[in-house]
Design a binder for this molecule. Structure first.
Ligand code: ZN
Length: 205
């Protein structure tokens, strides 16, 4: 992992920042009439959150949609995380695919990078987790990665802990049985993701 894909600090029990948990949706840009060839327009997305009865916070994300080049459109996203006040500006690819009954459907191209490889998955929604917007699959991956690199595992192995013995003694099943359970769980999560994606795409025409 590197660059924009660095996921090691995601969801480490830290309270989300104001703009954390944002999501951007191509339908919002569509509703604003921006998803048409030749568009070059800027604007802001605003969200107000009531944190307590007395406290309200407003967060904004700046954007510039650029669809002037028929070969490849993009939207530039600009935002600041508070704290620590770090600013981000980067382009996210915008692509369209034809719909079965006419018209086109718009997608973001996930901008996250894993091990030097761009994700580039098509997604109607991108989510801000940590510092960057990315597709659901990437953020799930970041979550699993952070779970896997648990500090306790390293400490256990450093102490000379026997993984197989631990599994049998404390969990009561063999390591291969646990690996199988994990595979089943991952399969289930992937299936739920697919169902959710279908639901997400279903409401756009
Ligand atoms: Zn992705």
């Amino acid at each position: 992992m590197g660059g924009m894909g660095s996921g090691d600090r995601y969801w480490r029990g830290k309270k989300p920042m104001v703009e954390d948990c944002w999501e951007v949706d191509t339908t919002v840009f569509k509703r604003r009439g921006l998803l048409a060839p030749g568009t070059h327009a800027s604007g802001v997305l605003t969200r107000t959150r009531r944190r307590t009865i007395f406290e309200e916070t407003t967060a904004t994300i700046g954007y510039t949609v650029d669809l002037r080049d028929p070969g490849g459109g993009h939207v530039e996203l600009r935002y600041q995380l508070t704290p620590p006040g770090e600013s981000f500006t980067y382009p996210v690819g915008l692509i369209s695919t034809p719909c079965r009954f006419g018209g086109v459907r718009w997608w973001f191209e996930c901008p996250l990078v894993w091990d030097g490889q761009a994700c580039s998955r098509r997604a109607r929604k991108l989510f801000l987790r940590g510092k960057y917007f990315g597709c659901r699959h990437c953020h799930n991956l970041a979550y699993f990665t952070s779970q896997r690199s648990d500090r306790r595992v390293r400490a256990f192995l450093k102490r000379g802990g026997d993984v197989n013995a631990y599994a049998k003694l404390s969990v009561g099943v063999s390591l291969s049985a646990m690996a199988f359970s994990l595979k089943l769980l991952e399969w289930r999560i992937r299936k739920l993701d697919r169902v959710r994606d279908q639901l997400d795409h279903g409401d756009e025409t």
